[in-house]
Write a protein that binds this ligand. Structure first.
Ligand SMILES: Nc1nc2c(ncn2[C@@H]2O[C@H](COP(=O)(O)O)[C@@H](O)[C@H]2O)c(=O)[nH]1
Length: 255
C-alpha cells in the first residue's frame, strides 16, 4: 500500500499573492502535499461568509511536484468548500488558514476570514489551524514564526484534533518568540469603531477604525497576555457555540 504524504489544504483572507500565505507554503511544503485555494484579492473580515448569490470560479496559478496553487473569486470559506468539491481527490489530512497579516486573538476569532478557513475545515471533520501574526504590514517578517508553525503542524498531523475543535494560533511581533502558551480567549471588545467622514459629493459616510479594549490585561492565561509578553498563543477553539451552561435555566422558563 503506497504510503501517501499528508494532504494539506491551505487558504487565507489576504489573497493568494500575500506574503503571509507564501511564507506559510514555504514552511509547510516539507510536511506534505500542499494544495492552495486562496481568494484572488484581499477578503479580510469575511469570517465564515459564503457566496450564495453569484458564480464562484477558480483558476490554476501554478503546479509543481507536491504543490498546486489556485486563486478563487469567492470568500475564504468558499475556497475550502470548492477545493474539497472540485479539486481534491481525497479528504485533506489538514486545513490551514493564514498566515494572516494581523492578529485574530480574543473576539477577533468571530470576524476573521483566517479562522473562517479553519472553522470550515473543522466543520467538515478535518483537523484545522488558523495562523496569524500581530503585524498588518504587507511586508511583515514571518520568519520568527517558521519553526513553531512547523512544530504545531507536525503535532496536529501526528495527533489529530478532537472532533469540533480547531486551533487559533497567534504570533507576537518580535525577533525571537519566547515560547508557546496554551491560552483562553481574552475578554474584550472593539470601541470607537467608526470614523465619520464627508464624501466630496457632500454625502456622509463611515470608515471602520476602532480600538481593541482588553478587559483583563493582567490575566496571564489569555491569548492577549501571551502576545503582549512575547509568546505565541494557541487558543483551542470550538465550532459548537451552544451555551450548554444555561440550557437547564431556560428549560425552567417553561415557555
Ligand atoms: N479596525 C477594526 N478592525 C476590526 C474591528 N473588528 C474586527 N476587526 C479586525 O478584523 C480582523 C478580521 O480578521 P481577518 O483574519 O479576516 O483579517 C480582525 O483580526 C480584527 O483585527 C473593528 O471594529 N475595527
Amino acid at each position: 500500500m503506497e504510503n501517501k504524504k499528508p494532504l494539506i489544504l491551505i487558504s487565507n483572507d489576504d489573497g493568494y499573492q500575500a506574503k503571509g500565505i507564501n511564507e506559510l507554503i514555504k514552511y509547510i511544503r516539507p510536511l506534505g502535499e500542499v494544495v492552495v485555494m486562496a481568494p484572488d484579492s484581499p477578503r479580510s473580515g469575511m469570517a465564515c461568509a459564503i457566496t450564495a448569490d453569484r458564480p464562484v470560479k477558480y483558476t490554476l496559478i501554478r503546479k509543481e511536484p507536491g504543490l498546486s496553487v489556485y486563486k478563487c473569486s469567492g470568500t475564504p470559506t468558499d475556497c475550502i468548500k470548492l477545493a474539497k468539491y472540485a479539486v481534491l481527490d481525497r479528504q485533506p489530512d489538514l486545513v490551514i488558514g493564514g498566515i494572516n497579516h494581523g492578529d485574530n486573538a480574543a473576539v477577533n476569532v468571530h470576524y476573521s476570514g483566517t479562522m473562517g478557513v479553519a472553522i470550515e475545515g473543522c466543520l467538515s471533520g478535518v483537523p484545522s489551524i488558523g495562523f496569524s501574526i500581530c503585524d498588518h504590514h504587507h511586508d511583515a517578517d514571518f520568519e520568527p514564526t517558521a519553526e513553531i508553525i512547523r512544530k504545531i503542524t507536525q503535532k496536529v498531523i501526528e495527533n489529530g484534533l478532537p472532533q469540533g475543535i480547531c486551533l487559533n494560533v497567534n504570533f507576537p511581533v518580535c525577533p525571537e518568540i519566547k515560547g508557546v502558551k496554551i491560552c483562553r480567549q481574552t475578554v474584550g471588545q472593539w470601541t470607537h469603531e467608526w470614523a465619520r467622514r464627508n464624501h466630496p459629493n457632500g454625502s456622509e459616510y463611515f470608515w471602520l477604525t476602532g480600538d481593541f479594549e482588553n478587559h483583563e490585561p493582567e490575566e496571564e492565561d489569555t491569548d492577549n497576555w501571551a502576545l503582549n509578553n512575547g509568546y505565541a498563543a494557541i487558543t483551542p477553539t470550538k465550532v459548537d457555540v451552544t451555551a450548554y451552561e444555561i440550557i437547564d435555566e431556560l428549560k425552567n422558563w417553561n415557555l
